[in-house]
Design a binder for this molecule. Structure first.
Ligand SMILES: [Zn+2]
Length: 261
């Protein structure tokens, strides 16, 4: 995964998705937006308390720099669930400026020129492309979504739609690292012991990125089709919003993917 400057914005892109000329994708950083204070500057979510006019401007900047049609930008109202929705021809452009998709944490579309967006600030953003059935997915996977295996369920949904695992390509974006993600025992015990380390204070350090990588591997997606960023959002708060580092008062990054004609 490498950082790329595109006009005003700086975003992370993954080699596994960059090789497809019809795919536009990236994980945004804080750089290039207009929001202020704890939301400085490219905060993507309209539901974190930021000035909505700034969020709208940030959406415009993101879509304009990536050459995407903002009127077709689609998302959901994430609530740490394992619910997955398909964005079809009749609901293009929903979720960003409407309340559609409440309690949905992953979306899939087969439609061309429909950018789909997931929001995160420490949670794991995941972008997928199933090249054989021409479908894309954007997934938000925090510890709850990870415990519910939302990433795995999204891959299974793509497989159910006709994709072969060897034709599914997955980019797991910047999230809070094991270095900074301290959790209590009741959270840690939901995961296999290989993903956390016990601390002397009775807490545990959890590797949420690896948990999600492993969930995708479980679906028989080949290792070479998956990239895992391993960049910690909390360690790099100058570049990323971090819910933990900013004590719950932060903007959100966007994971965005779009299939061109
Ligand atoms: Zn860290």
């Amino acid at each position: 995964m490498q950082i790329v400057q595109i006009g005003k914005i700086a975003l992370y892109q993954s080699d596994v998705l960059c090789k497809f000329e019809n795919i536009v994708h990236g994980f945004t950083t804080r750089k290039g937006g207009v929001s202020k204070g704890e939301y400085e500057s490219l905060s993507m979510s309209p539901r974190r308390g930021d000035d909505i006019s700034c969020v709208r401007k940030n959406e415009e900047i993101l879509c304009s720099e990536l050459g995407l049609d903002i009127s077709r930008l689609s998302s959901t109202r994430q609530e740490h669930t394992d619910n997955i929705e398909i964005i079809g021809r009749n609901n293009i452009g929903i979720g960003v400026r409407s309340d559609w998709g409440k309690g949905v944490d992953a979306c899939i579309t087969l439609e061309k020129n429909v950018p789909i967006l997931c929001y995160s600030a420490d949670c794991v953003p995941i972008l997928m492309y199933a090249s054989d059935i021409e479908a894309i997915a954007a997934v938000h996977s925090g510890w709850k979504g990870s415990a519910l295996s939302i990433g795995k369920k999204t891959v299974e949904k793509l497989i159910g739609m006709g994709a072969e695992p060897q034709n599914i390509f997955v980019a797991i974006g910047p999230c809070i690292g094991k270095c900074c993600y301290e959790v209590s025992e009741d959270v840690a015990e939901r995961f296999s012991f290989e993903f956390y380390t016990a601390k002397e204070n009775g807490k545990y350090m959890l590797d949420l990125g690896r948990v999600n990588y492993s969930l995708i591997i479980d679906c028989a997606v080949p290792k070479e089709n998956i990239s895992l960023s391993e960049i910690c959002t909390s360690c790099n708060n100058d570049l990323f919003f971090s819910h933990r580092k900013q004590n719950g008062k932060s903007g959100t990054l966007g994971g965005i993917i779009c299939m061109k004609e």
